[in-house]
Write a new protein. Structure first.
Length: 315
């Protein structure tokens, strides 16, 4: 399966466990610090490559050491980085102090993120892919409204499946801003907070199926909502199906959504049902949750399938 991952490519610097930030010039000794390739396009690209997909990354990076490191990290995992475009700005970077429970506040510098333009993306590359995965249209600036709709139309006209994930905490205004995209999206993969924020249904007790239906009414084919330890919800023309989660020892939740997306797309590529694809997504996410960073845990497709066969799944 050939996948183009377009959008947010981020260099993550992670440390754990961080109980507090010391005052003044204070110091804390951590068990582990890592630097990884991440983002809703970059992290997904790494996991897809680990699961056996042929992956090309397309997105903006800076002409700096961080950009060179990000490119090298992607290539180490077998990702084709020829689509990364150097911009006159810093490479998007995030510092993540990981708490003992695996949760992680993010300190983010977007840098070159919104600087992508039409000429940066080869339409033939998109047309030749099995899947175009757009990671983070919400952070791509004017590209998302001025360029992306035509690019998605071009993809679908050539039989390329389109999937989309969000990066930021969504707000209702984004629903209309990205309105031209929704009828062109085959699979939308937000987390539960993003879906609630996008649809204005911010009450934690609000029905996720109803929120997903709002996007389906806007034209999205299938909405797959990740819900952390509560599993995933697949909402399609066939109805809604909840997939339960099985708890695993959580080290760091960074990149679990990206891993889910990668597993889901590979599952679809293997000819599975939507539910089967989502189960592979939960298996991939459960592996990532047990290590530090968005590239943790996943080794290859056979070992991920064995985990799925053992019944261990978490979104």
């Amino acid at each position: 399966m050939r996948v183009v991952c377009l959008g947010a490519h981020i260099l993550d610097v992670l440390g754990r466990p961080v109980v507090d930030i010391p005052a003044g010039q204070g110091r804390r000794v951590l068990d582990e610090i890592r630097i990884t390739a991440a983002g809703t396009a970059g992290g997904t690209a790494v996991d897809l490559a680990k699961l056996g997909a042929d992956v090309v990354s397309v997105g903006p990076v800076g002409a700096d050491a961080s950009g060179r490191m990000l490119r090298a990290l992607l290539e180490d995992h077998g990702v084709d980085t020829s689509g990364l475009v150097v911009k006159p700005a810093a490479t998007p970077t995030t510092m993540l102090p990981i708490r003992p429970d695996g949760s992680r506040p993010a300190l983010h510098a977007p840098g070159a993120m919104p600087l992508l333009v039409a000429g940066d993306v080869d339409p033939d590359l998109v047309a030749g892919a099995d899947v175009l995965h757009v990671g983070g249209p919400d952070v791509l600036g004017d590209f998302a409204v001025d360029v992306l709709p035509d690019l998605l139309r071009h993809a679908r006209a050539h039989g390329t499946v389109v999937s989309v994930d969000l990066l930021s905490t969504a707000r209702p205004a984004l629903l209309d801003r990205l309105g031209p995209l929704w009828p062109l999206v085959d699979h939308l993969l937000p987390n539960d907070d993003q879906l609630r924020g996008l649809t204005g249904r911010t009450d934690p007790d609000s029905d996720l199926g109803e929120a997903a239906a709002v996007l389906r009414e806007r034209g999205v084919g299938t909405v797959v909502v990740t819900r952390g330890g509560d599993g995933a919800l697949v909402v399609s023309a066939a109805g809604a199906e909840a997939l339960p989660a099985r708890p695993v020892p959580v080290v760091d939740t960074t990149g679990c959504g990206d891993a889910f997306t990668a597993g889901y797309l590979v599952g679809l590529g293997r000819g599975g049902t939507l539910a089967d694809a989502a189960r592979l997504g939960t298996a991939a996410a459960s592996l990532v949750a047990q290590g530090l960073g968005s590239d943790a845990g996943i080794v290859d497709l056979p070992s991920t399938l064995r985990l799925l066969g053992a019944g261990a799944s978490v979104a």
